[in-house]
Design a protein. Structure first.
Length: 140
Protein backbone atom coordinates (compact mmCIF):
# COMPACT_ATOMS: atom_id res chain seq x y z
CA UNK A 1 0.00 0.00 0.00
CA UNK A 2 1.40 3.38 -1.00
CA UNK A 3 1.90 6.09 1.58
CA UNK A 4 1.13 9.76 0.99
CA UNK A 5 4.33 11.77 0.59
CA UNK A 6 4.77 13.77 3.84
CA UNK A 7 3.95 17.45 3.27
CA UNK A 8 6.81 18.64 5.48
CA UNK A 9 9.29 17.17 2.96
CA UNK A 10 7.77 18.83 -0.12
CA UNK A 11 9.66 21.99 -1.00
CA UNK A 12 8.36 24.76 -3.24
CA UNK A 13 10.55 27.07 -5.31
CA UNK A 14 12.59 26.92 -8.52
CA UNK A 15 14.58 23.67 -8.62
CA UNK A 16 16.84 22.04 -11.19
CA UNK A 17 16.41 18.30 -10.75
CA UNK A 18 19.09 15.62 -11.31
CA UNK A 19 17.43 14.93 -14.66
CA UNK A 20 18.17 18.52 -15.69
CA UNK A 21 14.48 19.37 -15.72
CA UNK A 22 13.12 22.40 -13.86
CA UNK A 23 10.38 22.01 -11.27
CA UNK A 24 8.52 24.19 -8.80
CA UNK A 25 8.19 21.16 -6.48
CA UNK A 26 11.01 19.14 -4.88
CA UNK A 27 10.34 15.86 -3.02
CA UNK A 28 13.17 15.71 -0.47
CA UNK A 29 13.69 11.98 0.02
CA UNK A 30 17.22 12.55 1.31
CA UNK A 31 15.76 14.50 4.22
CA UNK A 32 13.09 11.84 4.84
CA UNK A 33 15.78 9.23 5.53
CA UNK A 34 17.01 11.37 8.45
CA UNK A 35 13.63 10.83 10.15
CA UNK A 36 13.73 7.42 11.85
CA UNK A 37 9.97 6.82 11.66
CA UNK A 38 9.68 7.58 7.94
CA UNK A 39 12.93 5.77 7.12
CA UNK A 40 11.77 2.64 8.95
CA UNK A 41 8.44 2.73 7.07
CA UNK A 42 10.26 3.27 3.80
CA UNK A 43 12.59 0.32 4.40
CA UNK A 44 9.72 -1.99 5.31
CA UNK A 45 8.31 -1.39 1.82
CA UNK A 46 11.50 -2.53 0.07
CA UNK A 47 11.31 -6.26 -0.68
CA UNK A 48 14.12 -8.67 0.13
CA UNK A 49 16.71 -9.18 -2.59
CA UNK A 50 19.99 -11.01 -3.10
CA UNK A 51 21.73 -7.85 -4.23
CA UNK A 52 20.76 -4.18 -3.81
CA UNK A 53 22.18 -1.50 -6.09
CA UNK A 54 21.50 2.06 -4.95
CA UNK A 55 21.93 5.24 -6.97
CA UNK A 56 23.57 7.81 -4.70
CA UNK A 57 22.60 9.77 -2.77
CA UNK A 58 19.00 9.03 -1.75
CA UNK A 59 18.76 5.66 -3.51
CA UNK A 60 22.11 4.68 -2.02
CA UNK A 61 20.92 5.44 1.51
CA UNK A 62 17.78 3.39 0.90
CA UNK A 63 19.84 0.48 -0.50
CA UNK A 64 22.19 0.58 2.49
CA UNK A 65 19.20 0.42 4.85
CA UNK A 66 17.67 -2.50 2.91
CA UNK A 67 21.02 -4.31 2.96
CA UNK A 68 21.38 -3.85 6.74
CA UNK A 69 17.86 -5.25 7.16
CA UNK A 70 18.82 -8.25 5.00
CA UNK A 71 22.39 -9.13 6.10
CA UNK A 72 22.79 -12.04 3.67
CA UNK A 73 22.43 -9.70 0.71
CA UNK A 74 25.09 -7.89 -1.29
CA UNK A 75 25.31 -4.13 -1.79
CA UNK A 76 26.64 -1.96 -4.58
CA UNK A 77 26.32 1.77 -5.19
CA UNK A 78 26.34 3.90 -8.31
CA UNK A 79 27.96 7.32 -8.14
CA UNK A 80 27.87 9.14 -11.45
CA UNK A 81 29.41 6.75 -13.97
CA UNK A 82 31.10 4.53 -11.37
CA UNK A 83 29.95 1.25 -9.83
CA UNK A 84 31.14 0.94 -6.22
CA UNK A 85 31.16 -2.67 -5.03
CA UNK A 86 30.58 -5.93 -6.86
CA UNK A 87 28.79 -6.14 -10.20
CA UNK A 88 25.51 -7.99 -9.58
CA UNK A 89 25.29 -11.55 -10.84
CA UNK A 90 21.86 -13.08 -11.20
CA UNK A 91 18.82 -11.34 -9.73
CA UNK A 92 19.29 -7.86 -8.32
CA UNK A 93 17.24 -4.80 -7.37
CA UNK A 94 17.91 -1.21 -8.42
CA UNK A 95 16.93 1.50 -5.92
CA UNK A 96 16.65 5.26 -6.45
CA UNK A 97 14.99 8.03 -4.51
CA UNK A 98 13.03 9.92 -7.19
CA UNK A 99 12.50 9.13 -10.87
CA UNK A 100 11.59 12.06 -13.10
CA UNK A 101 12.73 11.04 -16.57
CA UNK A 102 14.19 7.56 -16.02
CA UNK A 103 17.64 8.59 -17.32
CA UNK A 104 19.48 7.75 -14.08
CA UNK A 105 17.84 4.30 -14.03
CA UNK A 106 18.82 3.67 -17.66
CA UNK A 107 22.36 4.86 -16.90
CA UNK A 108 22.61 2.44 -13.95
CA UNK A 109 21.47 -0.49 -16.10
CA UNK A 110 24.06 0.49 -18.74
CA UNK A 111 26.85 0.67 -16.14
CA UNK A 112 25.96 -2.73 -14.68
CA UNK A 113 25.33 -4.40 -18.01
CA UNK A 114 22.22 -6.34 -17.01
CA UNK A 115 18.58 -5.64 -16.25
CA UNK A 116 17.39 -5.70 -12.62
CA UNK A 117 14.62 -8.02 -11.52
CA UNK A 118 12.93 -5.01 -9.99
CA UNK A 119 13.37 -1.24 -9.79
CA UNK A 120 12.27 0.38 -6.57
CA UNK A 121 11.94 4.13 -5.97
CA UNK A 122 10.51 6.32 -3.25
CA UNK A 123 8.76 8.66 -5.71
CA UNK A 124 7.82 8.30 -9.38
CA UNK A 125 7.18 11.80 -10.78
CA UNK A 126 6.51 10.59 -14.33
CA UNK A 127 2.99 10.86 -15.77
CA UNK A 128 3.08 7.16 -16.74
CA UNK A 129 4.94 4.31 -15.01
CA UNK A 130 6.75 2.86 -18.02
CA UNK A 131 10.16 2.72 -19.69
CA UNK A 132 11.29 1.56 -17.22
CA UNK A 133 8.49 0.31 -15.01
CA UNK A 134 9.13 0.88 -11.30
CA UNK A 135 7.58 0.12 -7.92
CA UNK A 136 7.19 3.28 -5.84
CA UNK A 137 6.56 3.77 -2.14
CA UNK A 138 4.89 7.17 -2.04
CA UNK A 139 1.92 8.44 -3.94
CA UNK A 140 1.85 12.12 -4.86
Amino acid sequence: MKMKFPKEYIKHGDFVLHSGEHSEIFYDVEEIVTNFIYFRELLQQIPLSNHYVGILTGGGLMAIGAHVRNPGSKLSLIKGEKLIGARPIGEWMLIDDVVTSGKSLENAVRIIGSVPRRIFVAVDRRPENKNPKVSSIFEL
